[in-house]
Design a protein around this ligand. Structure first.
Ligand SMILES: [Ca+2]
Ligand SMILES: [Ca+2]
Ligand SMILES: [Ca+2]
Length: 255
């Protein structure tokens, strides 16, 4: 969503429910700040990283809190999620993660159960340009590779070298059920792939998500979505593994 659109949407929300709408505020750096979160809506804080480095965020509050670091598109960064309940306290969390590209990020505080939590939060950013990794050209939905329905392809992921996500966009020629599947290629280590499909330009929530490890193979995933004629559908392949891994992506459209 463009900034203008996001602001417009925020204004629209503000008109309807002035007490709920909150524009993201900067993360308190160096010293703690206070905020609240409700269970139906995470509270977000912005962080601008001018270089690569390490971001640490500490939070302590009532209820069961969890932390996520997301990019401009709302994608949770690799290793950007924590819910460890430090010292047995559900509301005490520490997230410390490498940021491999300069850019705008958001720290998301979620409340898991309960109605409302008041919490204290503080962040610190350690500038460390050596952690910069080459940018991944198709790491954002806006840079998705356009592929044809019915035409399989092979690609790879290599999280250690900054290739954590592959985005694709498919256009449905006619109305029907679109199925997209992934399979392992070759006989090396089997990657644990996750396959997601997004429609309507909404990248906050997948229409369908698969980490079912079909037939006991962690790379075998399948998603389906109903499509209209001419509709563009975005697909993300991501995963949980340390070595580079190849996969095959196939798609089919049934009327
Ligand atoms: Ca927790
Ligand atoms: Ca990629
Ligand atoms: Ca899997």
């Amino acid at each position: 969503m463009s900034r203008v659109l996001a602001v417009t949407a925020g204004l629209a929300l503000a008109l309807v429910a002035p007490t709920v709408a909150q524009s993201p505020t900067p993360l308190p750096m160096g010293a703690p700040g206070q905020a609240t979160v409700t269970d139906d809506r995470p509270t977000e804080f912005t962080v601008a990283a001018k270089t690569a480095g390490v971001l640490s965020v500490a939070v302590q509050g009532t209820g069961d809190l969890a932390l996520q670091l997301v990019d401009d598109d709302g994608q949770v960064l690799p290793d950007g999620s924590t819910d460890r309940d430090l010292t047995g306290n559900e509301g005490m969390e520490l997230l410390s993660t490498t940021v491999t590209e300069p850019g705008s990020y958001r720290v998301r505080v979620r409340l898991q159960g309960g109605d409302k939590s008041t919490f204290t939060i503080a962040g610190a950013f350690l500038t460390f340009p050596a952690f910069q990794r080459p940018g991944d050209p198709d790491r954002r939905p806006g840079n998705a590779r356009s592929i044809a329905v019915g035409k399989p392809l092979e690609d790879s992921l290599d999280a250690a070298n900054g290739d954590s996500w592959d985005w694709y966009v498919l256009k449905a020629a006619e109305e029907g059920t679109l199925t997209v599947v992934t399979r392992q290629v070759g006989n090396g280590d089997t990657p644990d792939l996750v396959l997601e499909v997004y429609t309507g330009g909404n990248f906050g929530e997948a229409q369908d998500r698969s980490d079912q490890d079909l037939q006991g193979n962690s790379a075998s995933e399948s998603v389906t979505v109903q499509v209209k004629a001419g509709e563009a559908v975005h697909v993300r392949v991501s995963g949980n593994f340390s070595n580079a891994a190849k996969y095959r992506l196939s798609s089919s459209l049934a009327p």
